[in-house]
Design a protein around this ligand. Structure first.
Ligand SMILES: CC(C)(COP(=O)(O)OP(=O)(O)OC[C@H]1O[C@@H](n2cnc3c(N)ncnc32)[C@H](O)[C@@H]1OP(=O)(O)O)[C@@H](O)C(=O)NCCC(=O)NCCS
Length: 176
């Protein structure tokens, strides 16, 4: 289990009143993949204005997990609060499918998962991390730029049937 989110100083011996612990980030196991699929599709329903269909199915999520890691944050009642996919190829990290459950958005979970994904990439020696956003999602560019990502190019959009023309914007961040 990756536990970067849990305060290291928490102890029952501390005199301060207890405060809620942050949820721990863990790697998704096969039993989590149905919940990962549901979460990704719920979060990406925001893309319905330009694209048809669901973002992923269970088979795709299972295949991705064979080649990389889904880092997840548990929510309530067996559902997940957030997830991100991380893959490492030849010293380069790629993150994708970042998804925060609609009722958990705006609380810092997205930023936290990006930071944990970057820490994982850095720990295995990656020099940088890359991701892609769709140009029509205008809020995402500033959001990732505020976390140190910069545009490095474009790529054709090839995921689902589109309702209007669009393309990917590739973004990259160097890891110190
Ligand atoms: C995009 C997404 C992952 C963000 O996650 P989140 O948990 O809601 O975002 P966070 O709470 O971590 O980030 C909020 C921060 O971003 C800032 N922010 C919000 N919009 C911003 C913008 N347009 N530009 C810069 N910063 C912005 C907020 O001010 C806040 O900053 P603070 O932490 O300093 O207060 C989430 O909304 C989501 O799952 N969306 C649907 C799926 C999706 O689009 N995924 C991305 C695919 S690439």
């Amino acid at each position: 289990m990756i536990d970067l989110a849990r305060p290291a100083t928490h102890s029952s011996l501390m005199a301060r009143p207890p405060r809620p612990l942050s949820p721990s980030v863990r790697r998704a196991q096969p039993a989590d993949l149905a919940a990962v699929t549901r979460l990704i599709n719920r979060a990406h329903a925001v893309e319905a204005f330009f694209v048809d269909g669901e973002r992923v199915d269970h088979a795709e999520v299972a295949a991705l997990r064979e080649r990389g890691h889904f880092l997840i944050l548990d929510g309530d009642g067996g559902e997940l609060a957030a997830a991100v996919y991380v893959r490492i190829d030849d010293g380069r990290g790629t993150i994708g499918l970042l998804s925060v459950a609609p009722d958990h958005q705006g609380r810092g979970l997205g930023r936290r998962l990006v930071a944990v994904a970057e820490a994982l990439c850095a720990a295995v020696g990656c020099v940088d991390v890359e991701l892609a956003i769709v140009n029509l999602r205008q809020e995402l560019g500033p959001w990732y730029r505020s976390q140190g990502y910069r545009e490095i190019g474009t790529a054709p959009y090839d995921q689902r049937p589109v309702k209007q023309p669009c393309h990917f914007v590739r973004m990259q961040k160097a890891l110190a």
